[in-house]
Design a protein around this ligand. Structure first.
Ligand code: F6P
Length: 340
């Protein structure tokens, strides 16, 4: 079989582990030839393909980012996009496609498979960990590890200067990184989109805390929002797609807390540091296991499915399980984040 592979959407550590597993397992175990597409679906539209051999993936297990490049492109939203994909599938004599991506890229995979009739298997990746149907997506563990280390570091400077340290973390519309790293890093206040906040209550908690401690750490998810009817006068900035601009909610929260508590407050926006660098052992393992499961599935004739982590097991789930949905932080974890 001749199998194409692409990485789409925001990059993250662990993508190369999945690519490496598909190439090594596909060539050695199944005698497949693997074709890599540059820059996600854009490369499939442009026919920008290169054969991938075991040599090409040697040594990439520890490398962050993606050796194939990526882009935020969805063929069904590009004029002539699906036709161009059809041509590439024909010209490259592809028998199947493995798509590594978040909800946008995998949704496009389903549409391409329906329109072009090529079998597709998806591998979920996103530091936001918001893909329904899998306990974890590639990249989340590394992002949490980086964010937790940052919060650890902020403790010493916050304590030295008797300050309120606000750290803004990625996560788009969900709070997985802020809540998980916030709890692991011992943040005093964690603001997640799943639980709209009351800034006066937050200020009150900080003032109470500063009766016996002279610093506080506030972890804010970039998608956090104030509760309706609270005295919030901040104006976080949104981009053309309605996504929060990095740093805007963090800036507003920092300003509001300094004004309401009288304590000096400073902001750290962790940004793309959460997406860069070497993958953790957990993300290398997850990427490898997903890669093996994906190539085994497509060789076995499966399609319209994605690899999922369910407890300790890797399973296959239908695209319909995750398409167009968001996995929110569960109540139990929110309780752990707000109730210590
Ligand atoms: O989805 C991953 C993510 O890093 C989000 O956490 C963040 O909101 C967004 O991508 C940033 O998007 P871009 O890479 O297009 O700036």
């Amino acid at each position: 079989m001749r199998i194409g592979i692409l990485t789409g959407g925001g990059d993250c550590p662990g993508l190369n582990a999945a690519i490496r597993a598909v190439v090594k397992r596909g060539t050695a175990q199944h005698g497949c030839s693997i074709v890599g597409f540059q820059n996600g679906w854009q490369g499939v539209i442009d026919g920008d393909a290169k054969p991938l051999t075991r040599d090409d993936v040697s040594g990439i297990l520890v490398e962050g980012g993606t050796m194939l490049g990526t882009a935020r492109c969805h063929p069904h939203k590009v004029p002539g996009g699906l036709e161009a994909v059809q041509d590439t599938v024909h010209n490259e004599k592809l028998d199947g496609l493995i798509c590594i991506g978040g909800d946008g890229t995998l949704k496009a995979a389903g549409k391409v498979s329906d329109a072009v009739g090529i079998p597709v298997i998806g591998i979920p990746k996103t530091i936001d960990n918001d893909v329904v149907g899998t306990d974890a997506a590639i990249g989340f563990d590394t992002a949490v590890t980086v964010a937790t280390e940052a919060i650890d570091r902020l403790h010493s400077t916050a304590e030295s200067h008797n300050r309120v340290m606000v750290v803004e973390l990625m996560g788009r519309h969900s709070g997985w990184i802020a809540v998980t790293a916030g709890v692991a890093g011992g943040a005093d206040i964690i603001l997640a989109p799943e639980e709209p906040f009351d800034i006066d209550q937050i200020a009150k908690r900080i003032k109470h805390r500063h009766r016996y401690k002279n610093f506080s750490i506030v972890a804010v998810a970039e998608g956090a929002v104030p509760a309706e009817g609270t005295s919030w006068d901040g104006k976080p900035t949104l981009d053309a797609k309605g996504n929060p601009i990095a740093g805007s909610i963090g800036h507003e929260v920092t300003k509001a807390l300094e004004a309401r508590t009288g304590f000096p407050a400073r902001l750290t926006v962790l940004g793309y540091v959460q997406r860069g660098g070497i993958p953790t052992a957990a993300d290398r393992l997850l990427g490898t296991r997903f890669g093996v499961a994906a190539i085994d599935a497509i060789v076995a004739g499966e399609s319209h499915k994605f690899t999922a982590l369910s407890g300790e097991d890797i399973t296959l789930k239908d695209f319909s399980v995750m398409s167009g949905k968001t996995k929110w932080v569960p109540e139990e974890l929110l309780q752990a984040a707000s109730g210590l």
